[in-house]
Design a protein around this ligand. Structure first.
Ligand SMILES: Cc1cc2nc3c(=O)[nH]c(=O)nc-3n(C[C@H](O)[C@H](O)[C@H](O)COP(=O)(O)O)c2cc1C
Length: 261
């Protein structure tokens, strides 16, 4: 339930204007919550008088904070940050602190989702990481045969370039593996991108593990280990850790293919 504090509401209509669900109206000079919505909470964010709150066990007003200068990132700086991001394939044996993992999950949680569905859930594999990796590699090695391999890993995946002897072929020694489970790919991919940049901001690195994303969704033993049903879809697999590699410069990219209309 969205609550309007009538004492504080000035009737400016900012919440009404920004409400995608048409759930708010100005009545007798004050905003009123007139029908259910998908709780994007723009009304809370946009109210200059801080008159809007939510009363719902799924949400806490305690985590709402005012937007000030500290929330601003200069665009040039942001773009340089994005350009200096690299996929990490060499990790230190140093464990990631719990608070940092919580921050990564927070970055995912605050990413946008279609219709504000917030339908991405996460599996953090840390304590049982080696046991899990062993199972993943066992499953992966069962695709060593060319006929079987191409079923799950079509081109450009190339069997001849895979070192099946490498126990860390999939996760490259990443300390913590986080899986984003979601019926579709888009919401999870957006969350993952935000998590990667947040990781970089904390001195951590990230690897998207495409091989594992394909593998896990066709592997009964892996799904069972993870407590997932056949129908659950692992949309993104990420390996996080402290990088054991340093990059000194950015890389070139192809020009973007753009159509201007
Ligand atoms: C969806 C996706 C899956 C990927 N899977 C793997 C993988 O399984 N193993 C790997 O070493 N790198 C993987 N990568 C990393 C890409 O190879 C990498 O992003 C690309 O070569 C560009 O390098 P950069 O990320 O450092 O810019 C993946 C990247 C994405 C976006």
């Amino acid at each position: 339930m969205i609550i309007i504090d009538k004492e504080k509401c000035t009737g400016c209509g900012a919440c009404v204007r920004d409400c995608l669900n048409k759930a708010l109206e100005i009545r007798e000079g004050k905003a009123e919550y007139i029908r259910n919505c998908f709780k994007c909470m723009h009304c809370i964010a946009v109210c200059p008088a801080a008159a809007v709150s939510v009363d719902d066990p799924d949400y806490s007003m305690d985590e709402v904070f005012p937007i000030d200068e500290s929330c601003h990132v200069d665009a040039d700086n942001m773009l340089r940050f994005i350009k200096s991001r690299r996929t990490i394939r060499h990790f230190q044996k140093r464990p990631i602190e719990r608070e940092k993992i919580e921050m990564l999950l927070d970055a995912g949680r605050f990413s946008p989702t279609g219709s504000n569905s917030q339908n991405v859930s996460y599996i953090v594999i840390k304590e049982h990481r080696d046991e899990f990796n062993a199972l993943a590699m066992k499953e992966f090695r069962s695709y060593k045969h060319p006929d079987r391999f191409s079923l799950v890993f079509p081109p450009p995946f190339d069997l001849s370039r895979i070192d099946f002897e490498d126990d860390e072929f999939l996760f490259k020694g990443a300390d913590t593996i986080i899986l984003a489970v979601c019926p579709g790919d888009v919401n999870a991919a957006i969350a993952a991108a935000d998590m990667e940049l947040t990781a970089n901001g904390m001195g951590l690195g990230m690897l998207y593990v495409g091989f594992f994303m394909r593998l896990v969704n066709v592997s009964k033993p892996l799904k069972e280990y993870l407590g997932l049903s056949d129908k659950d879809h692992v949309a993104v697999a990420m390996g996080f850790g402290y990088p054991d590699v340093q990059y000194y410069r950015t890389v070139p990219r192809k020009p973007a293919k753009v159509t201007w209309l």
